[in-house]
Design a binder for this molecule. Structure first.
Ligand code: ADP
Length: 483
C-alpha cells in the first residue's frame, strides 16, 4: 500500500508533512509506538488509560512515515491524517493493507456474556472433524492453519486478525466478539455469514453503564451480517428473545434455540446421570450423549449444533463430534483428589455463570459443596453482591479469597472481602486472603463425596499481583483490558 492511497481509503485530505514522497510504500501498520519500524503507518488511539497521541513523536523517531490520529492541527514532520475515529480507521486501513483476508472465508461471530469460548471451540471441533479447516480467534487462544497462538484480549483488533490471517488457508473463521470489541470498532469491516447470540446477563456494567447499553453493543454484531447472513439466537434468554424479534422485524433470518416449542433447535430434555440430551430439530428428536456437564453447556451444544447444520454438516456427524468434545480447559474441569473428593475448576465470573456452575455440582454432589472465589480488582464491582448471595445459597461453605488484584492493593482487597462478608453476614462464608492457602484449606477439609468448586481463574495458572499503575502491555492499556 502506498502513502497516497491512504487519502482515498480514509476519504480525507492529508495534513502536514506534505513534502514527503507520497509514492512511498507503507511497510507496516501499528498503534504501538515501540513496535513501529522504518516506513510504518502509526495509528494514534485514545485509550482508557493512555493516549496514543502522546506517542506520535516516539513513533516518528522509530521510523513512522505517516500518522493517523484524531487531534486536529498537529504539527508533525510526516503526513498526518486527522480522522473522526482512529479505531475505525485502523480497521479500514488494515483491511486494505492486508488485502481483505477475511473476504474469502465463511465468517462466524459469537457474542454473549457467557458461553462464547465453549460454543466457539465446540463448533470449531465439529467443523474441523467434518472437513472444514477452521481458524479461531478467542479468549483462550487464536488458531490459524491449525497452529495455536496466545491471546491478550477476547477479540483482537482487525489489524492483528488480518496480520495473522494473511497466511491463512482456513476456509472458515470463528471470532468470539466481545462487547468491548464492538464498541471499539475492532472488527469493523468484517461481514459475517453467521452471528451467534448465547445470552446476556450482568457483567461489564462498569463499562457499559446499563444492561440496555450492553445489549446495544452486542446487537451491533447482527448489523454486520452479510446480505444472506443468518443469526443463531438463544431465545430462552430475555435479551435473546428481544433480539430475535428485532431481527425478524428487519427481515433477518434467525435460527432460534431454546426450550420453547417453537424453537428451531429445541432443548427437549436433559438428564444429568446418565448424561443425556434430547434435541429436537424440526420434527426429529435427536438423542445426544455429551461428555461435557451442565445445563448451560446444553445451550452451547444446541447453538453449535444449529450453526454446524446451517453450514451443511451432516446431522449424525455433528452429533458424533459433540459427543467426542471434551470441553475447554478451565471450563468445568474436574480433578479427583486422593481423599476421594472432587475439584471443579471453572471460569465463572458473572452471577449467571456462577449459578449454572454451582447448580451443576449441586445436582450431583452427595456430600458437602465448598465454593472458593474472589473478585477481580478494577472490574465491575456491582455484580459482587449477587455473586456472594448465589454462592451462599448453593454451597454449604464458601471461601472468599483473592483473584487478580490488578491496581487494587492487597490491603484494599482484604478490606473489601471482609466488609462484604460482614455486611451480608452469611453464616456459611469466611475469608482466606491467600488463594493457595484457601485451596489447601478446602482440600484438607473435604472428604469423600464432597466437591470443591474453584471459580474465577479457569485455566489461567497465574494470579495478577498488585501493580499500580497496571503494567499491561500497551495494547491492553490502550484497548481496555477489562473484557
Ligand atoms: P465466555 O467465553 O463467554 O466467557 P466460556 O465458554 O468461556 O464463555 O464460559 C465461561 C463460564 O461461563 C464457564 O466457565 C461457565 O461457568 C459459564 N457458562 C458457559 N456457558 C454458559 C451459558 N451458555 N450460560 C451461562 N453460563 C455459561
Amino acid at each position: 500500500m502506498k502513502l497516497h492511497e491512504l487519502g482515498h481509503i480514509l476519504d480525507i485530505e492529508m495534513e502536514a508533512g506534505s513534502l514527503i514522497n507520497t509514492e512511498t510504500w507503507i511497510t507496516g501498520i501499528s498503534y504501538r509506538s515501540q513496535e513501529v519500524k522504518e516506513g510504518y503507518l502509526f495509528v494514534a488511539i485514545k485509550g482508557h488509560q493512555k493516549d496514543g497521541h502522546q506517542y506520535i513523536t516516539q513513533a516518528i523517531e522509530n521510523g513512522a512515515c505517516a500518522v493517523i490520529g484524531e487531534e486536529e492541527n498537529l504539527d508533525i514532520p510526516v503526513p498526518y491524517f486527522c480522522v473522526g475515529n482512529s479505531r475505525r480507521a485502523l480497521s479500514l486501513v488494515s483491511d486494505h493493507y492486508y488485502n481483505f483476508p477475511t473476504h474469502d472465508k465463511i465468517i462466524i461471530g459469537v457474542t454473549g456474556t457467557n458461553g462464547k469460548t465453549t460454543t466457539s471451540s465446540l463448533l470449531r471441533n465439529i467443523l474441523e472433524e467434518n472437513g472444514f479447516s477452521c481458524a479461531l480467534f478467542g479468549s483462550t487462544k487464536n488458531i490459524i492453519n491449525g497452529v495455536s497462538y496466545t491471546t491478550v484480549n477476547t477479540t483482537p483488533t482487525l489489524l492483528e486478525i488480518n496480520r495473522l490471517l494473511a497466511g491463512s488457508e482456513d476456509e472458515v473463521l470463528i471470532i468470539e466478539v466481545s462487547s468491548h470489541a464492538l464498541t471499539q470498532h475492532r472488527v469493523d469491516g468484517i461481514l459475517f455469514d453467521y452471528a451467534l447470540f448465547t445470552n446476556l446477563s450482568h457483567d461489564h456494567l462498569d463499562y457499559h453503564g446499563s444492561m440496555e447499553n450492553y445489549f446495544s453493543a452486542k446487537k451491533k454484531l447482527f448489523s454486520m451480517l452479510k446480505k444472506n447472513g443468518k443469526a443463531i439466537v438463544n431465545t430462552d434468554d430475555y435479551w435473546g428473545e428481544i433480539l430475535a424479534d428485532e431481527l425478524s422485524a428487519q427481515g433477518i433470518p434467525a435460527i432460534t434455540v431454546g426450550e420453547n416449542k417453537q424453537s428451531d433447535v429445541k432443548l427437549e430434555r436433559y438428564t444429568f446421570e446418565p448424561r443425556k440430551l434430547l434435541l429436537k430439530d424440526r420434527e426429529e428428536i435427536i438423542p445426544v450423549k455429551p461428555f461435557i456437564y451442565g445445563y448451560h453447556n446444553m445451550y452451547n451444544i444446541a447453538m453449535a449444533y444449529g450453526t454446524a447444520r446451517q453450514i451443511g454438516v451432516d446431522m449424525e456427524a455433528t452429533i458424533r463430534s459433540i459427543e467426542q468434545f471434551k470441553g475447554v480447559e478451565g471450563r468445568f474441569t474436574v480433578i479427583f483428589t486422593h481423599r476421594g473428593s472432587k475439584v471443579a475448576i471453572d471460569y465463572a465470573h458473572t452471577p449467571d455463570a456462577l449459578f449454572h456452575c454451582l447448580n451443576t455440582v449441586r445436582e450431583q454432589c452427595d456430600g458437602k459443596l465448598i465454593h472458593l472465589f474472589g473478585f477481580r480488582g478494577d472490574r465491575d464491582s456491582t455484580k459482587r453482591e449477587e455473586m456472594i448471595s448465589i454462592s451462599s445459597e448453593l454451597s454449604d461453605q464458601y471461601i472468599l479469597t483473592f483473584d487478580d488484584l490488578n491496581s487494587v492493593s492487597s490491603e484494599v482487597m482484604k478490606n473489601t472481602l471482609v466488609e462484604i462478608q460482614e455486611k451480608y453476614g452469611y453464616h456459611n462464608g469466611r475469608v482466606i486472603m491467600d488463594r493457595t492457602k484457601a485451596i489447601e484449606d478446602a482440600v484438607a477439609s473435604a472428604r469423600e463425596k464432597d466437591w470443591i468448586v474453584i471459580t474465577g481463574k479457569g485455566l489461567e495458572k497465574y494470579q495478577q499481583k498488585y501493580q499500580h499503575p497496571v503494567q499491561n502491555d500497551e495494547e491492553a492499556v490502550l484497548f481496555l483490558g477489562s473484557e
